[in-house]
Write a protein that binds this ligand. Structure first.
Ligand code: URA
Length: 242
């Protein structure tokens, strides 16, 4: 939530000094109603704000934010014992929800949105959006590990995973590509090959790459990036083969 005068100031519509007068003069509407109170709080991510009849800000536009999640925080809105990812979100994004989750010790790409339908679509197992992870573990992955991932790992509790890709990156390092999101999936897949993970970072999700976003920082996706994310479709070929 944000004060209306602050919202308009950040949108750069008037000099800060004049904004309160502009609002008091009745030129601003919020969700269709004139709002003459500069200190009125609004939901900056969903409110439709107009000045002299022109829309300001983003109305109910979809917002998606990428975070480089640090290790040591949980993907939850609140937690009695641990830091949460919400503590790394800048104030204007506090009302976004995480799309999926990363384990407390996993770093990397985590998305947040204000669009529940989009979150639901992206998480749908039917879509099978590919996520890739950089992992460190003892030993070096070999042909047998690659084949086991391609076949679909059988976890220690007997759960069979969908086919995945393991690319050895040299001693103690692998790149893993998966299309499902079971609990602690990548850690459990590597553990099933006797390679317990010592470090894990998600580096991409669908067409999106973490790139050089610093740890603990966020950036808002562009309209084009959101469209690309949305256009990822159910991968029929992959699921027929599995
Ligand atoms: N797989 C894991 O084991 N942990 C994560 O956080 C994500 C995928």
């Amino acid at each position: 939530m944000q004060r209306l005068d602050r919202f308009l100031s950040e949108a750069g519509v008037e000099s800060r000094r004049k904004i309160k007068d502009v609002i008091r003069s009745g030129r601003v509407t919020v969700n269709g109603e004139i709002c003459a109170l500069p200190d009125q709080t609004i939901d900056e991510l969903t409110a439709v704000v107009t000045l002299d009849g022109s829309a300001i800000g983003r109305g109910n536009q979809t917002v998606v934010v990428m975070m480089h999640k640090p290790a040591g925080c949980v993907t939850a809105a609140s937690d009695a014992r641990h830091k949460t990812v919400m503590e790394y979100l800048p104030a204007q994004y506090k009302r976004l929800m995480p799309i999926g989750r990363l384990d407390i010790e996993t770093e990397g790409l985590l998305l947040f949105t204000n669009d529940g339908d989009l979150a639901h679509r992206l998480l749908s197992p039917k879509r099978g959006i590919e996520k890739s992870y950089y992992a460190e573990h003892p030993g070096t992955a070999d042909e047998d590990d690659i084949a086991a991932f391609a076949e679909g790992c059988v976890l220690k509790d007997g759960t069979k995973c969908l086919p995945a890709v393991l690319e050895p990156l040299g001693e103690g390092k692998s790149l893993i590509r998966v299309r499902e999101g079971k609990y602690h999936q990548v850690r459990r897949m590597l553990a099933s090959r006797n390679k317990p993970v010592s470090y894990l970072r998600r580096i991409s999700e669908g067409s999106l790459e973490l790139g050089d976003l610093p740890i603990g920082m966020t950036r808002e996706l562009t309209k084009e990036e959101i469209e690309q994310l949305e256009s990822v479709d159910f991968d029929e070929k992959f699921f027929k083969e599995s």
